[in-house]
Design a protein around this ligand. Structure first.
Ligand code: SAM
Length: 236
């Protein structure tokens, strides 16, 4: 994931309303954050769509594990501080008012102990009173095996269609993606990948935040994916 398909990411998510998402994120940061500064770390920042908007009012830093996604983020945000790192283990010298991890990137971890490790790392990068905002993957009780989905992009240089079929194996969601990519210089290609997601209950996610020393809460009114948001405030 997010390697060879990175170049199609922004095309397939062109309709995702990042403006509205960032308005909601800033509103939550102002309401629940207790530190006074304006620094924001986005972990698993992808191609930098949130950072692009956040940097109008915050000093931003992005971290992502994928070289290809970071390359696209650097192109979007020349001069921005974008670092390659894994959400469980990255280490930055700075401490932030907000640390976010959005669009269910947390679901790419492989086990609950890894989730705890990541949350503890996020908390370690917060100032006292700072806020962690995590957009979770689908709740185990609402994940629907057999769900099918199509997104497509038609442009002058390429057409990309991505079909998805969801299945479940234990605490893992498996989203099988098939892509048809038509490009003027390459013809039509068929590509496949499976996105393995970790299904963790809300109670366990809130528990992992608590173990990381944060005061956790869940807000149902989250971002456009409709998965709600987990918030964790670090005590002052
Ligand atoms: C669905 S994309 C979300 C990107 C961006 N946050 C957004 O909302 O558009 C998931 C991102 O998580 C990154 N990622 C997955 N596992 C990661 C990990 N363990 N550490 C850091 N980044 C990770 C991927 O490289 C990818 O860019």
């Amino acid at each position: 994931m997010f390697g060879r398909m990175a170049r199609y990411y922004d095309l397939l998510y062109a309709a995702k309303d990042y403006d509205a998402e960032v308005r909601r994120l800033v509103q939550l940061a102002q309401r629940f954050g207790r530190s006074k500064g304006r620094s924001w770390l986005d972990v698993a920042c992808g191609t930098g769509r949130h950072l692009e908007l956040l940097r109008r009012s915050y000093a931003v830093v992005g971290v992502d594990r994928s070289r290809e996604m970071l390359r696209l983020a650097r192109r979007r945000l020349p001069g921005a501080a974008l670092r390659r790192g894994d959400m469980r283990t990255f280490r930055l010298a700075d401490r932030f008012d907000v640390v976010s991890c959005l669009f269910s990137a947390i679901g790419h971890l492989r086990s609950y102990p890894e989730v705890r490790q990541a949350f503890s790392n996020f908390a370690g990068h917060l100032k006292p009173g700072g806020l962690v905002i995590v957009e979770p993957w689908i709740d185990p009780t609402t994940f629907r095996p057999g769900h099918i989905h199509l997104v497509s992009h038609t442009g002058p240089e390429e057409i990309v269609a991505r079909m998805a079929f969801s299945s479940r194996r234990g605490d893992r969601s498996l989203v099988h993606y098939h892509y048809l990519v038509a490009e003027r210089d390459r013809g039509i290609r068929h590509l496949e990948e499976v996105d393995r997601g970790l299904l963790v209950s809300r109670a366990d996610l809130l528990g992992a935040m608590r173990s990381a020393g944060l005061r956790p809460r869940f807000v149902a009114q989250g971002l456009s994916a409709g998965r709600g948001l987990l918030l964790g405030t670090k005590p002052l």
